[in-house]
Design a protein. Structure first.
Length: 406
């Protein structure tokens, strides 16, 4: 032991990084705090939903993905003189969000990853409307967050519902499956989902032959609403589109319909923004690293958390000198592009701060296609054929941002 101790001490003193002692380097690093905000009672994370592994649903909380991205960004950040730290916070009631956000802002946190339902995102955005904080929406698909409720410091990593329904509509048109029977629940979330589908169908020329409400359950008094055979017996259609934001009803639809037709939407063929079976563009390596750390497959929700940290890290690294209050301008600059392992350079739409990205058309264990589907083009950026284009809707943040990126 008398020999080993001085040897270890000698080695510790000798360790350097880029010419600086490790201890000295650590002391000089500027900490960038990133808060991950969650809702304890979030219905998307109920045990039965998580255990069922429904398509396009979360399969676990998002902390693992965020930490993975921090680890991957660590060495480049050290060269820049910064380090990223994640602070996971949760509330038991959405009404507690404004107080939590304001408390974290007072402690110096400026970057917030929001894994919240749409209503929670709206409350956080309202609480931070006049601050210099940047909010990253990881999981709320609500179109209205990119429309009437948009605001300058709110950036959307997850796609909008409209981007997902646009992707599916493109695929149906490409396959000439234009006659669609829609089954939908009458929940508030699925009413918005249905409206998004109707907009996409009109845009791309899909014919909705009928819309039939369903009710989850086995109550015999509701058999004309919960019996899939009865719901699909009378109409003539090419495909059944199931509008079910939670996936609980949709899982029973394939192989239960009367006619031998494909099922799409929330089961069967599903539009998703990530899939563990994507085998190109570096995706297998991303999935492998996540599987090693999280002990499960990566979902679109996990990708959102991973990507949000990548966005922050890349924005910081591109600045000559780290300036937190100028990061938004960096992220919205027309030269700012990211690799999300999807095959396209990704950046933000300047008019609603939605991350441009392709959407996968997926089965349970395969990526069938990727939207924009071949043949669907845009005069400026092909990714803008998914979701609201410039001039659509009630949001145009590009008039109030300094970069005016395209």
């Amino acid at each position: 032991m008398k020999v080993i101790r001085p040897l270890l001490a000698c080695c510790a003193v000798g360790l350097t990084f880029m010419g600086l002692p490790v201890a000295a380097l650590s002391a000089e690093l500027q900490t960038v705090n990133i808060a991950l905000i969650e809702y304890e009672e979030d219905p998307r994370y109920k045990d039965n939903i998580i255990d069922a592994r429904y398509q396009a649903q979360p399969w676990g909380r998002l902390e693992v993905a965020a930490k993975l991205a921090i680890k991957e960004s660590r060495f480049a950040a050290q060269k820049k003189g910064v380090k990223f730290e994640l602070d996971r916070q949760s509330v038991s009631e959405l009404s507690a969000l404004p107080e939590l956000i304001q408390s974290l802002e007072a402690q110096g946190t400026q970057y917030f990853l929001l894994d919240l339902p749409g209503e929670g995102v709206k409350q956080v955005a309202q609480a931070s409307k006049k601050s210099s904080s940047l909010l990253f929406n990881l999981s709320a698909l609500d179109n209205n967050l990119r429309n009437e409720y948009c605001q300058a410091n709110l950036l959307h990593i997850a796609p909008s519902r409209r981007m997902l329904t646009d992707a599916m509509a493109q695929y149906l048109v490409a396959k000439k499956w234009k006659e669609v029977l829609v089954l939908y629940s009458e929940s508030e979330a699925d009413t918005r989902y249905l409206k998004s589908l109707q907009t996409s169908a009109k845009k791309f020329g899909v014919d909705i032959v009928n819309e039939k409400p369903f009710k989850l359950g086995n109550d015999p008094r509701q058999r004309y609403r919960n019996n899939i055979s009865l719901l699909t017996a009378k109409d003539d259609y090419d495909v059944v589109y199931v509008v079910d934001h939670s996936g609980e009803f949709a899982v029973d639809v394939p192989y239960s319909i009367i006619q031998p037709r494909p099922v799409v939407g929330a089961a069967g063929l599903v539009a998703d923004w990530w899939h563990w079976a994507w085998e190109r563009n570096g995706a297998p390596q991303v999935n492998k690293r996540f599987m090693k750390k999280g002990k499960r497959q990566m979902t679109g929700y996990d990708w959102s958390a991973w990507m949000a940290v990548k966005v922050i890290a890349e924005g910081v690294l591109r600045q000559e000198t780290f300036a937190p209050n100028q990061l938004l301008d960096t992220l919205l600059d027309k030269e700012f592009k990211l690799d999300g392992a999807k095959g396209y350079p990704l950046n933000f739409k300047p008019w609603n701060h939605q991350l441009r990205q392709p959407v996968f058309l997926t089965s349970l264990n395969r990526v069938i296609d990727r939207a924009p589907v071949e043949g669907f083009l845009h005069p400026v950026n092909n990714l803008d054929v998914l979701g609201n284009d410039r001039g659509e809707g009630q949001c145009d943040l590009s008039k109030s941002t300094a970069s005016g990126a395209k």
